[in-house]
Design a protein around this ligand. Structure first.
Ligand code: HEC
Ligand code: HEC
Ligand SMILES: [Zn+2]
Length: 132
C-alpha cells in the first residue's frame, strides 16, 4: 500500500490519506482518535511532571540544610558514623537513632517534628551526616 493511502474507516476501500469523505461509500473519515490520544498523552505527561516536581520540591524542602540540623559529630553519634562507614546504608544507621531519640523519656523532638508513621523513621533522610 502506498504510504499516502489509508483504508476507509467504514467500507475499507483504499483511499488517499487526506480524504475527508470516502468516494466509495460517502462516509466521513474518523481521524479524531489520534488527536484525542495526543491530548491525553500530553495531559498525562503534565500530571506526571507536576507530581514529580511536587516530590522534588518536598524533598528539597525537608532535606535542605537550613531546615534540618545535621547529625552532630560528637561521641553520642560517633557509633552512627562508624556504622555508616561500615555498612554504607542509611537505613541500617536509622535503626540506631530511636535508642536515644524517643518520647517520652528519651532525647525529645521539637514540638513540630514529623511523626513516624508505620515502620521505622528515616532519620537520615532529613538529618544528614556530616560527611566530607
Ligand atoms: C547514644 C544516644 C544517641 C543516639 C544513638 C543518637 N542520638 Fe542524636 N542526640 C543525642 C543527644 C543526647 C542529643 C542532644 C544534643 C547533644 O548533646 O548532642 C542529640 C541530638 C541530635 C540532633 C540535634 C543536633 C543539634 O544540633 O541540635 C540530631 C539532628 C540528632 N541527634 C540526630 C540523630 C540521628 C539521625 C541519630 C541516628 C543516626 C541519632 N541522633 C542517634 C543522643 C543520641
Ligand atoms: C521528614 C523529615 C525528618 C525526619 C524523617 C526526621 N526529622 Fe528530625 N527534624 C526535622 C525537622 C524539619 C526538624 C526541625 C523542626 C523544628 O525545628 O521544629 C527536626 C528536628 C530534629 C531535632 C531537634 C534539633 C533541631 O533541629 O532543632 C532532633 C533531635 C531530631 N530532629 C532528631 C530526629 C531523629 C532521631 C529522627 C529519626 C527518628 C528524625 N529526626 C527524623 C525533620 C525530620
Ligand atoms: Zn468508504
Amino acid at each position: 500500500m502506498d504510504v499516502k493511502m489509508k483504508f476507509c474507516s467504514d467500507c475499507g476501500a483504499q483511499i488517499a490519506l487526506k480524504t475527508e469523505i470516502c468516494p466509495h461509500c460517502g462516509v466521513r473519515q474518523i481521524h479524531k482518535s489520534n488527536k484525542i490520544l495526543k491530548v491525553c498523552l500530553i495531559a498525562i505527561c503534565g500530571v506526571l511532571l507536576l507530581g514529580m516536581s511536587a516530590v522534588l520540591i518536598t524533598f528539597f524542602t525537608i532535606s535542605g540544610e537550613e531546615k534540618t540540623k545535621r547529625v552532630p559529630l560528637d561521641e553520642k553519634h560517633m557509633p552512627a558514623y562508624e556504622l555508616f562507614k561500615k555498612t554504607q546504608s542509611k537505613m541500617e544507621v536509622d535503626k540506631g537513632c530511636p535508642t536515644c531519640h524517643f518520647e517520652p523519656g528519651g532525647v525529645p523532638f521539637p514540638p513540630k517534628h514529623p511523626k513516624a508513621g508505620d515502620g521505622p523513621m528515616r532519620c537520615l533522610f532529613c538529618h544528614k551526616l556530616k560527611l566530607v
